[in-house]
Design a protein around this ligand. Structure first.
Ligand SMILES: C[S@@+](CC[C@H](N)C(=O)[O-])C[C@H]1O[C@@H](n2cnc3c(N)ncnc32)[C@H](O)[C@@H]1O
Length: 269
C-alpha cells in the first residue's frame, strides 16, 4: 500500500513555487499555460461527460470542491459547468490570483486555504471532489484519499488526473520534460519520481476508502514522440512560446495509462 512520502523525498519537490508573487497562472508564456491549453481540453470534457452521460447526474448547483486548485485554471471550467464550487489550496498567493481572475469573469467560486490532508469541511458535505495534477505533489496521499471519502456524500464522485510511475514516465515526465536542458519545459523540481502514483496504488487506496465504481483512462499526447521532441527543443531555444507549444501538443483520452492518466470513483452509498 502507498505510504506517506518521507521527509527526505518530500524535500526534493518545489511546492513553494506556487507561493511566488504575481500571477503565474494566467499570463501565457509559462508552463502553467499547458494546464489550460493542453490538459483541460482532455480532462474536463471527460469529467463532465462521465458525470452527465455515464452517472446520469446534473451538475447544476451540486456542491463541489477542487483540492489543490492553484490559480483556478480548472476551477473556472468546473464552475462554468454549473457546479457550486469551493477551491482549496495551501498557496495563498495562488488563491489571490484565482480570486482576482474569477472576479473579472464574474464567477462565484469560494476560494479558501486548505490542504488535501486536512480539508476544512465537515463529513458528507460535497457531491463531487476534483483533485487534478495534485496527487503527485502531496506529502500524504493515503490521508488525502481518506479525506476525499470523508467529505463526500454517499454516492459522491471523486475525479482526478495524475502521472504514473514507471520507466517510461520517468523518461518523459522527469527527464524529457524537466531535467534535460535541451527539451525541458518544466522547472527542475516540479515533480519527483518517487512521488508519482501508480494506478494500482491509487485503486487500492480508493477501494480501502469506500470507493466502489472506479475507472482509469489514459491521457496521451496527440502527436508522435519525434514531433514532441522537435517542439520541446524549439520551445527550449525560445523559438516558440508555451502558447504555441500547447496549440500543437494536446492530450487526448486514451486507453494507455503508462504516463498520464485520469479517472473517477464513486463513493459507496
Ligand atoms: C500543478 S498545480 C494544479 C492546479 C490545478 N489543480 C490544475 O490542475 O489546474 C498543483 C497544485 O497543488 C497544490 N498543492 C500542493 N500540495 C498540496 C496539498 N498537500 N494539498 C492540496 N494542494 C496541494 C499546489 O499549491 C498547486 O496549486
Amino acid at each position: 500500500m502507498k505510504q506517506a512520502i518521507s521527509p527526505q523525498i518530500y524535500s526534493r519537490i518545489d511546492n513553494d513555487m506556487y507561493q511566488y508573487d504575481g500571477d503565474q497562472w494566467w499570463t501565457g508564456n509559462n508552463v502553467y499555460h499547458l494546464l489550460k491549453g493542453s490538459v483541460n481540453p482532455c480532462r474536463f470534457p471527460y469529467f463532465l461527460k462521465t458525470y452527465t452521460d455515464v452517472l446520469k447526474r446534473n451538475p447544476h448547483n451540486k456542491q463541489a470542491i477542487e483540492v489543490g486548485c492553484g490559480g483556478g485554471i480548472l476551477a473556472e471550467e468546473i464552475a462554468s459547468a454549473g457546479f457550486a464550487l469551493t477551491g482549496i489550496d495551501p498557496a495563498e498567493k495562488s488563491l489571490d490570483t484565482a480570486r482576482a481572475h474569477a472576479r473579472i469573469y464574474n464567477l462565484n467560486i469560494d476560494y479558501r486555504l486548505g490542504t488535501g490532508e486536512e480539508i476544512p469541511f465537515p463529513d458528507h458535505h460535497f457531491d463531487v471532489v476534483f483533485c487534478c495534477d495534485v496527487l503527485e505533489h502531496v506529502r500524504d496521499l493515503p490521508k488525502c484519499i481518506a479525506e476525499f471519502s470523508r467529505v463526500l456524500k454517499p454516492g459522491g464522485v471523486f475525479f482526478f488526473d495524475t502521472f504514473n510511475r514507471n520507466l517510461l514516465s520517468k523518461l518523459i515526465v522527469i527527464k524529457l520534460w524537466q531535467e534535460w536542458k535541451s527539451t525541458a519545459m518544466m522547472p527542475p523540481k516540479l515533480h519527483v519520481y518517487e512521488m508519482l502514483v501508480k494506478p494500482s496504488e491509487l485503486r487500492e487506496l480508493m477501494q480501502t476508502n469506500d470507493f466502489g465504481k472506479i475507472e482509469f483512462k489514459g491521457m496521451s499526447p496527440n502527436i508522435n514522440p519525434l514531433k514532441m521532441v522537435h517542439l520541446l527543443r524549439k520551445r527550449a531555444k525560445g523559438k516558440i512560446t508555451y502558447e504555441d507549444l500547447s496549440d500543437q501538443m494536446k492530450l487526448k483520452e486514451s486507453n494507455d495509462t503508462k504516463v498520464g492518466y485520469m479517472g473517477y470513483g464513486v463513493k459507496k452509498g
